[in-house]
Each structure stands twice: as C-alpha cells, then as structure tokens.
Design a protein around this ligand. Structure first.
Ligand code: SAH
Length: 264
C-alpha cells in the first residue's frame, strides 16, 4: 500500500515551491494534478511518473470530486508514492480536506505538504502587506462564489464589512460586482482601496488597483479575468509606495526582485 502526498504547489512561480514538495515530486510514481499547476513544477517529477490531470480546465470538463478520490485511492493501491499536486495550499479552498477524509476512510496513508496560498503569493508580488499595524490587524480569506446564488451565504458579510481587516476573495472574478455591492451595503466605505491581481506570481501577473466602488469598472476596462484574487482593505494603499521604492531599489541593486507590474 502506497502513500499519498497532498502537495501544495504554490500560486504559480516555481520558486515558491517548498523543498518538501519538490522532494515528494521527485519520488512520485503517479502525479494527480490540477490544471493550473505550472509545467515547470511538474517537470520536477521523473519522466517515468504517470501524470493524471484532473480539475476544471482539463479538456473542458470538471473531474467530479468522487472520481478524484477514487483515482487517489486506486493509485495508492498500485504504486508506492502518489502525489496529489494542487495549486496554492491544499487546505485553502483546495478540497484537500475532502481528499484527506476520503483517504483516511479508505485506510490510505497520506501526508499534507503545505504550499503558499494565492492570497499570500499575490500580496507579496503585488506589494500589498496583508496586515500592517496601522491599517489591518486581521485578514480573512473568502470563497467569492459563495457571494450570491444562495439565499443564505455562508459568508458573514456584515461582520466582515464592519471589521476593518483585510479581505481576500478567491474565485470571485465572475461575481465581482455583486461582491463589491454586498460589502458596501454591509458598511465598507466605497473609498476603501481595493485590488485585483491576476495570474499572481506568474510572468503574466497583472494588477488593477482602484477604490472598492470603482474596482469592477477598472477591472473591466483593463480586461482582467480569472484566475485572480481580489484584495480589499486599507493595506492596498501601501502598494504605490512599495512599488516606487522597489523601482528605486532595483535601479541600485539588481539582485532585489520586487515584482512591480505597471499600473494600467
Ligand atoms: N488552493 C488554492 C486555491 C484554489 S481555489 C490556493 O491555496 O491558492 C482557485 C482560486 O485561487 C482562483 O479562483 C483564484 O481566486 C485563486 N488563485 C489561484 N492561483 C492564483 C494565481 N496565480 N493568481 C491569482 N489567483 C489565484
């Protein structure tokens, strides 16, 4: 009976992979991977490893979670090392919890290898500290597709809007207008700084900053879409200063690598 590693592959930049994730990949007999995972990360696995793509963007169809669970369990019965490679962190909106439960119920051994989640990678590469003593003492990660469609969203919008912390919304691009309206209706100031960061940490990274009220229009104007995270909070205002400093520092020291994409 093999072991399944639930591995976080980080948000895109292969440099953000952990050493433990790289080690698991190098030992993999089977890799069950998400569509968004970079080929450069997949290339760490031996050429002989069997690669099984699952997830939304593969061939236009979404592999049902039950089928993914079954593939993991069957693979663990066939080979020694199975790597379930996911974007970001497996336990942040990654269904890693469901897979861990299914494996444990089937009596399959597993290990979780954490990864840098999209919010953390995006914030770092876009120059937005998620917390700052003067601006935000809390940060909340939200699944944006929970925003509407249900009579009772599981997201406590009123509490979130009232607290002054940073909010990072995953999977929210398609519902950006509804999310913004909901936050403003629940009491967040329309002038709160906000950003949308697309393809964070990847060479294609693009960022739009605006106020909460104007973010959706600005994003539309710039033509940005998924995959992206939306960051709302006063910390977004720090970005301009960091970018200016990053540019200066880069001129002086080529080794500094603060990624500062131009504002549209
Ligand atoms: N487990 C992942 C999240 C999976 S949900 C993690 O921890 O990051 C998928 C969502 O993650 C996307 O809809 C998007 O909101 C976000 N995401 C993943 N990779 C991203 C990237 N490189 N840039 C911006 N957002 C990203």
């Amino acid at each position: 009976m093999g072991v399944v590693y639930l591995v976080g592959g980080g948000p895109g930049d292969p440099g953000l992979l952990t050493l433990r994730a790289a080690r698991a990949l190098r030992r993999a007999d089977v890799i069950v991977h998400d569509a968004l995972v970079s080929p450069r990360i997949l290339d760490l696995a031996p050429a002989s490893a069997e690669r099984i793509p699952v997830g939304k963007r593969c061939g236009g169809r979404c592999t049902p979670q039950d089928e993914i669970n079954r593939i993991l369990i069957d693979s663990a019965r066939r080979v020694a090392v199975v790597v379930r490679l996911k974007g970001g962190d497996p336990f942040v909106f990654g269904r890693g919890g469901e897979e861990a439960l299914a494996l444990s119920e089937a009596g399959v051994r597993f290990r979780v290898v954490p990864g840098i989640t999209a919010a953390v990678g995006a914030a770092a590469y876009a120059g937005v500290p998620l917390t700052h003593r003067d601006y935000a003492s809390a940060v909340t990660f939200i699944a944006g597709h929970e925003a509407t469609g249900r009579a009772e969203s599981r997201v406590a919008w009123n509490t979130l809007a009232a607290a002054d912390g940073t909010i990072v919304i995953y999977m929210g691009v398609g519902r950006l207008r509804e999310i913004v309206a909901r936050l403003i209706a629940a009491g967040r100031s329309p002038t709160t700084p906000a950003a949308l960061i697309q393809w964070a940490t990847c060479p294609e990274q693009r960022t739009v900053t605006a106020t909460l009220a104007s973010l959706a229009d600005e994003v539309e104007r710039a033509g940005l879409g998924a995959p992206a995270v939306i960051v709302v909070g006063r910390v977004v205002g720090i970005r301009e200063k960091l970018i200016a400093q990053g540019r200066r520092a880069r001129r002086e020291d080529r080794s500094l690598r603060i990624r500062a994409p131009a504002l549209p």
